[in-house]
Design a protein around this ligand. Structure first.
Ligand code: NAD
Length: 324
């Protein structure tokens, strides 16, 4: 890790927000135990290491671990005494362990609950979580206006929307007043196995909407350990990713490093959120970013992995309800 002390993790602007996010963002869903149990000590060590290595962006949701992720993240930030203006905190609303509720009433209560768990006075970004599970009409006409009021009340600085199908983003952005949605968070669409977010980036750029991509490791598919049981990918996609991971392992290389570097290469994406649950993972992921900036990606390995994944390229899975 000698190298990471000298190099600085790149920060990128997020759309028109004026925020500068570390290109590697800390996905806090694992702190809600969604990828296996994470102890208080491991959580604290992960967050501490992330801050030490220049990560300033942390993303959570009341949904992750049925509010546990927010509570653990809040405890860690409090314990570490992090100056508020040195970090960018994003949480979400509308998706809960009990189900979805994008009503104005629920999201208005939700932010107060999140702030209390996070031990903060405000978040930097409040995002409607997985909007394809709600009525997009409601998101446009009720949820976003409610979030505007929360912004005016100083409870969030910026507003975002998240979800899997890419068409939800244009649906909403085409219908809300310009500037009322600052950010989109897309997941599992900008990685080695699926890079379909690429087509949306010019549209986002033209509107000054920031782009965050999440799950560069395809929620565990592009890791040596593989994906958790709940992973929605087809068996075909899972086994192709397993074969790719094995290929890298046999060459003494890391599929996760390659996958993260792939996502980081596109600078129209402000930050790549990786779920991290140990200080070691934080170090590996920051090292991957720093190495990319000095040495570039391993093109030979990338092309071998792309060949293994060719038959499943851009394969996704259904998410959400049918929109009328
Ligand atoms: P991911 O692709 O980042 O994969 C996380 C998994 O990879 C975990 O099991 C983690 O332990 C493992 N991992 C991380 N670094 C590793 C390394 N160096 N080597 C080996 N394994 C490693 O998936 P994710 O956690 O689902 O996504 C990242 C974050 O993005 C989430 O925590 C969340 O904050 C956000 N996200 C948001 C949405 C949404 O809003 N709808 C959806 C998905 C993800």
């Amino acid at each position: 890790m000698g190298q990471t002390k000298k190099l600085v993790l790149e920060k990128r602007e997020l759309g028109n927000t004026g925020l500068k996010l570390s290109c590697v963002g800390f996905g806090a869903s694992p702190l809600g135990n969604v990828f296996g149990r994470v102890s208080t000590e491991e959580a604290l060590a992960s967050v501490r290491r992330a801050l030490d290595l220049g990560i300033n962006f942390f993303d959570t949701s009341p949904y992750y671990g049925a509010t546990l992720s927010e509570t653990v993240l809040g405890d860690c930030l409090h314990e570490l005494g992090v100056p508020r203006d040195e970090i960018v905190i994003s949480t979400k609303c509308g998706r809960y362990a009990e189900g979805f509720d994008f009503s104005a009433d629920r999201v208005t209560r939700s932010i107060d609950e999140s702030l209390s768990r996070l031990r903060l006075d405000y978040v930097d970004i409040l995002q409607c979580h997985d909007i394809e599970f709600g009525s997009l009409e409601q998101i446009v006409n009720e949820t976003i206006p409610a979030l505007q009021k929360l912004k005016a009340a100083g409870k969030t600085r910026f507003i975002g929307i998240t979800g899997l199908p890419l068409e939800i983003f244009t649906y909403v952005l085409d219908r809300v007043p310009p500037g009322s949605v600052d950010v989109i968070l897309s997941y599992c669409h900008y990685g080695i196995n699926d890079s379909t977010l690429l087509d949306l980036l010019p549209y986002l750029r033209s509107r000054g909407v920031g782009a965050i991509t999440a799950s560069p490791l395809a929620m565990g598919l592009l890791t040596e350990n593989g994906s958790p049981d709940w992973h929605p990918a087809s068996q075909e996609l899972k086994s192709a990713c397993r074969a790719a991971a094995l290929h890298c392992k046999e060459k003494g290389k890391s599929i996760s490093k390659l996958a993260l570097q792939y996502s980081l290469m596109n600078k129209d994406i402000s930050t790549v959120l990786v779920g991290m649950m140990s200080a070691e993972q934080v170090e590996e992921n920051v090292s991957a970013a720093l190495e990319l900036s000095t040495e570039g990606i391993d093109n030979e390995l990338l092309s071998e992995v792309e060949t293994i994944l060719k038959s499943v390229k851009n394969q996704t899975w259904p998410s959400g309800i049918h929109q009328s």
